[in-house]
Design a protein around this ligand. Structure first.
Ligand code: GAP
Length: 444
């Protein structure tokens, strides 16, 4: 993880938030390569969950919601972690994350000082809206994007004439006052989620739950993730969230071990039922195709962390490979083996020399490709070093313009994974890239 964190900073994927002030715990900034990677991951998910389904609609709901939302959802009452403090060193721990013998003996795992009793700590960030700081002005930062979908479900049925079963997908920020925020961007206080809520007829929920488990597993396979680094974990009775009848996590083998990447939850009619109760509005679906039968739909939720997916993709792509045996640093290369659909830069255009018209030709090629592909242009340093820089950024293709290019209008296409190079006529470059991306298979 240290290597990935340091590469992420060095190459501009992720920076510590407010670093000049010593950093802000639980918050991170996405740099030029990081935002491209995050956008591509979000784009792949959005395509998978909306464009490839004719019955899933998109939504972008506000982060700030009426505070009654969080009473109805059960978050005010139940969204808590067990917390203990050390009276001596003032460290704060999640009671379920320290050794049980420390908890039983009330002994701080860091300094041996006395621990407080365990108390419930609500993870929602609370603030006030408007000029008065009274109970009437309380507002929360949403701890999950899902509730924005539930409160809009009737709007979407009406505006888009949706019929059950149907889904609503959303990507957006969520906030939790996490007690433990280690492991880089794995668990943070400000993060992004990619959630889809699928509304189904009660009684069909288990079938749809299994179907969505299948689909979400197949999605990671399609992204080219190492499938032996993924596994399912079913929630035991004591792990289930207050709204869930059944839940499975897709776990990924991160450098610190197996951890949750995404959850698939059967939330039953809990959320819509509670919103009906708290708002006084009718949340029933009227099934016109079944004699106007009325019911509160069950909800199958697929909930993935976008920022956690960024970390997963970085870990999954990271590789160090020996490429020579000269006995110096250059024998090894660091390479990020991103799927070309996710790579922040698809193709780098590199003139062998700045002079003799090579730079101009390379710039022309860049302009030709720019509309369809994320490109980079680099003319400084030895060509070998430039390849290494692109390997480290995860750029799958390098296009080199050399003296032969001027003679016969061909360029060198270099593949990141195999480091193979082939000669390609300039006129065929765009089509060749398209073909290589479509047929991409990870070799390591
Ligand atoms: N709507 C259901 C829900 O929010 P969750 O299991 O609490 O369920 C879903 O969160 C996903 O959101 C997790 O699998 C994880 O990927 C991501 N996530 C949750 N808390 C996070 C945090 N503090 N930092 C980063 N990602 C987080």
């Amino acid at each position: 993880m240290e290597k990935i964190t340091s590469l992420a900073k060095r190459r501009g994927f992720v920076f510590q938030s407010s670093e000049i002030y010593g950093g802000q715990n639980g918050a991170w900034d996405y740099g030029p390569l990081g935002i491209e990677l995050k956008n591509r991951i979000a784009g792949a998910w959005w395509k998978e969950m909306t464009r490839l389904h004719d019955n899933i609609a998109g939504l972008d709901a506000a982060i700030l919601m009426h505070p009654r939302t969080w009473e109805a959802s059960g978050h005010v009452e139940n969204f808590t972690d067990p917390l203990v403090d050390c009276k001596k060193c003032k460290s704060r721990f999640r009671a379920d994350m320290i050794p049980q013998e420390n908890l039983a003996a009330k002994k701080c795992p860091d300094c041996g000082g006395e621990l407080t009793d365990t108390r419930k700590f609500n993870l929602m960030f609370k603030s006030h809206i408007g000029p008065a700081e009274d109970t009437a002005s309380v507002i929360y930062l949403r701890p999950e994007t899902a509730q924005g979908i539930y409160v809009n479900y009737k709007n979407i049925i009406q505006s888009n004439r949706m019929k059950i079963p149907f889904g609503i997908a959303q990507i957006g920020k969520a906030f939790r006052n996490e007690i433990v925020t280690k492991n880089f961007i794995f668990r943070t206080c400000e993060f992004e989620q990619m959630e889809m809520q699928y509304f189904v007829k009660p009684g069909t929920d288990e079938e749809w739950f299994n179907e969505w488990r299948k689909q979400r597993w197949a999605y990671y396979e399609k992204l080219g993730v190492k499938m032996d680094h993924l596994r399912w974990h079913q929630h035991g009775k004591d792990e289930l969230a207050h709204y869930a009848k059944d839940a499975y996590d897709i776990e990924y083998l991160f450098p610190m071990g197996w951890r949750e990447l995404e959850g698939v939850h059967n939330r039953t009619d809990y959320d819509l039922g509670r919103h009906a109760q708290f708002s006084g509005k009718d949340m029933q679906y009227i099934d016109q195709d079944a004699g106007s039968e009325r019911y509160i739909p069950y909800i199958i939720e697929t909930s993935a962390g976008l920022t956690r997916n960024v970390l997963m993709i970085l870990c999954d792509a990271y590789d160090e490979e020996q490429v020579a045996e000269k006995g110096n640093d250059d024998d090894w290369r660091t390479v990020l083996r991103f799927h070309p659909d996710l790579a922040p830069v698809t193709a780098a255009i590199l003139p062998l020399m700045k002079k003799d018209g090579l730079a101009e030709m390379a710039q022309d090629i860049r302009k030709e490709l720019q509309d369809d592909y994320a490109t980079d242009y680099d003319q400084s340093g030895a060509i070998g070093r430039r390849y290494r820089r692109q390997d480290e950024a995860g750029t799958p293709f390098c296009i080199t313009v050399d003296y032969q290019s001027k003679d016969d209008n061909t360029v060198t296409l270099r593949f990141r994974d195999s480091m193979e190079q082939v000669r390609v006529p300039r006129a065929e470059l765009a089509a060749r890239l398209k073909q290589e991306i479509k047929g991409y298979k990870r070799i390591k």
